[in-house]
Write a protein that binds this ligand. Structure first.
Ligand code: SF4
Length: 184
């Protein structure tokens, strides 16, 4: 085994490992495990221990890979799929406001709403991307805060968008604890 060429290690009080290809992310606090990571990075290649849970976790997150793993081929393939993907996915944070107060919420409930300019620019962006990249499907998610506080703006946005494009479009609105899904 070897450390993935895409694994970045930030050595601070805890170690943070991030793999830019798989987007795997892990924080390591245990001193023995930190030592193991240091050994991995200095030794080049090493034997995978099938009974070691930590190593298995690193492997499942692509932090470590087999010696003969061709990671550049994986990267090229990911890029090819990205280039030829027929689906455009966009998440719009339409407001930071919310009329609920979940105990686990990380929002600051500021009064920031998405501006008309950003709504309009988003429509232009979607149209330009459909023309340039020939997307067949568009997935739109309205997120917040509480996005239904912007129901009028979202309705107008959708009307303007659908005036300009005819496309299969999946719309999702994160609504309090549930998810309202509308298919156009
Ligand atoms: S509904 Fe969402 S934004 Fe509102 S308080 Fe709960 S977690 Fe926060």
């Amino acid at each position: 085994m070897k450390l993935s060429r895409f694994t970045n290690i930030v050595r601070d009080t805890d170690y943070l490992l991030h793999n830019t290809l798989s987007n795997g992310l892990i924080r390591v606090k245990n001193e023995n495990l930190k030592q193991m990571i240091d050994n991995f990075s200095s030794s080049g290649t090493f034997q995978l221990d099938p009974d070691n849970d930590f190593q298995q976790t690193l492997y499942s997150l692509n932090m470590i890979v087999h010696d003969n793993e061709d990671e550049l081929a994986t990267l090229h393939s990911s890029y090819f799929n990205f280039e030829h993907n027929s689906e455009l996915s966009i998440i719009l944070i339409v407001t930071r406001k919310c009329n609920f107060r979940c105990s686990y919420c990380y929002e600051e409930y500021s009064n920031n709403d998405m501006s008309l300019e950003v709504f309009n620019n988003t429509i232009n962006y979607i149209i330009s991307q459909i023309e340039e990249r020939n997307f067949k499907n568009v997935y739109l998610s309205f997120f917040g805060g509480e996005p239904t506080l912007m129901a009028n703006e979202i309705n107008e946005f959708m009307e303007h968008l659908l005036e300009k494009i005819i496309i299969y479009l999946l719309l999702q609105i994160s609504k309090l604890l549930s998810l309202l899904t509308v298919i156009y």
